[in-house]
Write a protein that binds this ligand. Structure first.
Ligand code: CP
Length: 348
């Protein structure tokens, strides 16, 4: 049971807030990308590799399904999703969990005026894990804190919170980079360009946090001036000695980078207002591939629009569909960690 009020909790520094969501080196809730440190990341990568490998055989799949057959997960997704929703559902099923979902509050008693807090409390009565995506930045952390004092203290995972954070997307992005650079000296000391709507793109924001766990990373933050990375992330990069530059010309830097992370313009947040932002310098096209290093990996959290030409999909450096698959394995690893069956998997 927590000894501080919600208001007091929200006034704490984020590093202090993270401490509420961990117990005996195990996450009780995953709300912020800042909750991951390097040892935890590397443990999860090993675990994801083990889940992937076990899933290759029928015996392995049956073993994985025997781990959590008595646990139920609730997927509460009130913002649209394809990859995150389906890969979390698949991850639960890999571990034998059953799932239920609410994807449209118009189909739940919220339409009768029930608050989201009450809805979540009810979900936590019927389920052992809540996986939640919704449009309000900061809401997940409030609920995660409140859940610490609800009966059963059920774990919760932030599957995307407004324009703020998407920690498990960043986790799968990092897992993908870790696999890409496995035979090339690892991820330390790599130069990575984040491109697109860095102001409202929660995936790029969470990934920037996670990359500070690695040594000597250099970041190029490429965005139109109106959509530049927000000051809170830049402050975090400075505090963690992660070098970065900002530019609105991604093409000027293509030859020097080890990975490029493209993102979509998040215009669902424009709320109908017309913008005059110049997006013309944001696309990666087939004609740009020759400028990239032979082992410069191309990532995108997806969905994409025109910022990556489909002609690039067959280039061996394009790993965005691998990212989507990696999401399922690393999310299974995360759930296994939260439910303390990680050792069973690693020792099997
Ligand atoms: N990358 C990502 O979050 O995709 P979805 O919105 O389809 O879940």
């Amino acid at each position: 049971m927590s000894t501080v009020s919600l208001d007091q909790f929200l006034q704490l520094r984020i590093s202090r807030r993270c401490q509420y969501f961990i117990e005996n080196n195990r996450l009780l809730a995953l709300v912020y990308a800042q909750q991951f440190d390097r040892p935890l990341l590397e443990n999860l990568f090993r675990l994801a590799d083990a889940v992937r490998s076990l899933s290759e055989t029928s015996d392995g799949r049956l073993f994985l399904r025997s781990l959590l057959p008595d646990r139920r997960a609730m997927l509460y997704f009130t913002q649209p999703s394809t990859r995150t929703f389906l890969s979390f559902a698949a991850a639960c099923h890999i571990l034998g969990m059953s799932t239920a979902d609410v994807r449209d509050p118009a189909t739940s008693s919220e339409v009768k005026g029930e608050t989201r807090q009450d809805a979540l409390r009810i979900f936590s009565i019927y389920h052992d894990l809540i996986i939640m995506r919704q449009p309000e930045a900061g809401f997940c952390e409030k609920i995660a804190f409140q859940m610490l004092s609800w009966p059963g203290r059920k774990p919760i995972i932030n599957a995307g919170s407004g324009t703020d954070q998407h920690p498990t997307q960043a986790l799968l992005d990092l897992y993908t980079l870790h696999r890409c650079f496995g035979r090339a000296g690892g991820l330390d000391h790599k130069k990575i360009m984040l491109v697109g709507d860095l102001k409202r793109g929660r995936t790029a924001r969470s990934l920037a946090y996670l990359l500070t766990n690695y040594q000597g990373i250099e970041l190029i933050l490429a965005a139109p001036d109106e959509l530049a990375m927000a000051e809170d992330i830049k402050q975090h990069l400075r505090e963690n000695s992660t070098t970065f530059i900002e530019t609105n010309d991604m093409h000027a830097h293509l030859a020097e980078i080890d990975a490029i992370y493209m993102t979509r313009i998040q215009d669902e947040w424009d709320q109908g207002s017309k913008t005059s932002i110049d997006y013309s310098r944001l696309g990666l096209q087939a004609k740009h591939l020759t400028a990239l290093k032979p082992h410069c990996y191309i990532l995108h959290p997806l969905p994409r629009r025109r910022e990556i030409q489909t002609a690039i999909d067959s280039d061996p450096r394009a790993v965005y569909f691998d990212q989507a698959e990696n999401g399922m394995w690393i999310r299974a690893a995360l759930i296994a960690h939260m439910f303390a069956v990680d050792k069973d998997i690693l020792e099997h």
